[in-house]
Design a protein around this ligand. Structure first.
Ligand code: BES
Ligand code: MN
Ligand code: ZN
Length: 501
């Protein structure tokens, strides 16, 4: 049962919902609060006094609830201002998200937050929907005690009736629906999500959107020569799959391939991970979930573009059949890899899928770009922390395009290099290459491993989302605990910006 999305609409007059959401900000110079609410009139005096009396700080994620008169509750959500007094759209997205998150258990809320542009409006709509998420599928006796997510969202805007604003609402709904799907899949434990069930779930969803599905099973993978996916998956009772979702929009010119790491559980294999930290490895399929959900979102948006999403699905387990350190496998296309560490499994399944995706793309007329998305390395988290993802590339202008879009979607990505001198550490005395190299710069070494499987002429991005994919800390802004759905928004934006050009 997927998490249900709140209904959402826009209104240009003050709807009376159960809750009225307003913004507030602290002016750093005057140390005074102000209410920021768009054009909606508010009784400012008592509200400002209440903020002071309650000792509000105005720091991001702060929400203050007060009894209302027309609406039952007034919720004040903190907005942090730029030095010129303006508000970044990501600040609005997060403030709307923090408000929606804290409104679990209530029915309806009108979000009257300041908007300087359509982008701001869009950010508020997205934030409100993204914040209204709960994952209660596996609660049994405690389910009734849980507060359900906010059910109805109204975005107040003077331009609510503009066609482009109505389209903005529709877009926010699609983005949130597929982000929630991504989160649901990440949160689903490996007892309930296997390579097979992951594939079947997308097969069902793809049917109504005209997205074509191809699923290679274990024997087809063996016959086809997918030594990476087989090598990683052979230790598990839940056999591996290669899932392909193909979308071809009307009038499409550009063709992209998105490839996701889909390890439904990563024990580390015979390089067994310590118990602490292993439980988070149900999230090791976050990349696959994001790329597949992104293609469904792109299909629902009917964008004029060709996209194939590939999910390289396997469970990395320990058994008498598991790949041993020193085993040599053959990646799709013929390159051999000495598996020195079975815990560096993501690059092996991705390599198979990337070579295959490029081959299929070439036959169809040539790929314009390839993006792989993976919870690939602990080194990514060490380098950039839990909220910033890394982007590596063989093409700087493609990376700049992506980073410009990420700035708009509010997803934090940071460019990382692929230093040539680290490549030699992946040399193997017995095979074409080894699956691990220098420990220092481990994120970059993993990127360099993948780079060996990409044609240097093909613009390629490697997104390492190891930290940001799964939130083990407290919820913040529109980000819940658990799966976050990171990368989906920027992948959709990439398809939008490249469509029919
Ligand atoms: N799935 C992990 C990476 C990971 C770690 C993701 C922490 C999210 C949080 C990956 O398969 C892995 O185990 N990588 C190893 C690679 C090493 C053996 C070269 C790592 O980072 O330790
Ligand atoms: Mn691993
Ligand atoms: Zn892994």
């Amino acid at each position: 049962m997927p998490t249900t999305l709140p209904t959402i609409s826009a209104s240009d007059n003050s709807v009376i919902d159960e809750v009225l959401v307003l913004g507030f900000a602290l002016d750093k110079k005057s140390k005074k609060f102000s209410i920021l609410s768009g054009e909606l009139r508010v009784d400012q005096g008592p509200l400002l006094q209440a903020l002071t009396d309650l000792g509000a700080s105005g720091a991001s994620d702060e929400v203050i609830k007060l009894p209302g008169s027309a609406s039952k509750l007034i919720l004040l959500t903190a907005l942090t201002l730029k030095s010129d007094g303006s508000i970044a759209h990501e600040v609005l997205r997060r403030a709307a998200g923090a408000a929606a998150r804290s409104l679990a258990g209530t029915t309806s809320a009108t979000f009257a937050l300041p908007q300087a542009s359509k982008q701001d409006f869009q950010a508020i709509a997205e934030g409100a929907l993204l914040g209204a998420y709960t994952f209660d599928e596996f609660r049994g006796s405690s389910k009734a005690d849980r507060k359900p997510a906010l059910k109805k969202v109204t975005i107040y805007s003077k331009k609510a009736k503009d066609k482009s604003y109505l389209q903005g609402i529709k877009r926010a709904e699609i983005i949130a629906k597929y982000t929630h799907l991504t989160r649901d899949l990440i949160n689903t434990p490996p007892s309930h999500l296997t390579p097979d069930s992951f594939s079947l779930r997308f097969k069902k969803l793809a049917a109504s959107l005209g997205v074509k599905v191809e699923i290679l099973n274990e024997s087809q993978l063996i016959k086809g020569g997918y030594g990476g996916i087989i090598g990683v998956g052979q230790g598990s009772a839940n056999p591996p799959r290669l899932l392909r979702l193909s979308y071809s929009g009307k009038g499409a010119k550009k063709r992209y391939a998105f490839i996701g790491k889909g390890i439904t559980f990563d024990t580390g294999g015979l390089a067994l991970k310590p118990a602490q930290g292993m439980e988070a490895m149900k999230s090791d399929m976050s990349g696959a979930a994001a790329v597949c959900a992104a293609v469904l979102a792109i299909a629902e948006l009917k964008l004029p573009i060709h996209i194939d999403a590939w999910a390289a699905l396997a469970e990395n387990m320990v058994s008498d059949k598991a790949t041993r350190p020193s085993d040599i496998i053959t990646i799709y296309g013929g390159k051999t890899v000495e598996v020195l560490n079975p815990d560096a499994e993501g690059r092996l399944v991705l390599a198979d899928a990337m070579v295959r995706a490029a081959e299929v793309g070439k036959k169809a007329g040539g790929l314009d770009g390839m993006v792989d998305v993976a919870t690939l390395t602990g080194a990514q988290v060490v380098a950039l922390g839990t909220r910033t993802s890394a982007v590596m590339t063989n093409n700087e202008s493609f990376r700049e395009q992506f980073l410009t879009l990420a700035e708009i979607t509010g997803e934090a990505f940071w460019p990382m290099p692929l230093p040539e001198e680290l490549r030699a550490s992946l040399d193997s005395p017995v095979a074409d290459m080894a699956n691990i190299g220098d420990r220092m710069g481990g994120m970059l070494v993993a990127g360099l491993f993948l780079k060996d499987f990409v044609d240097s002429e093909l613009p390629w991005l490697h997104l390492d989302i190891a930290g940001p994919a799964y939130n083990e800390a407290k919820a913040h802004g529109y980000t819940p605990v658990g799966g976050t759905g990171v990368a989906l928004r920027t992948l959709v934006a990439l398809a939008e910006s490249s469509a029919a050009k």
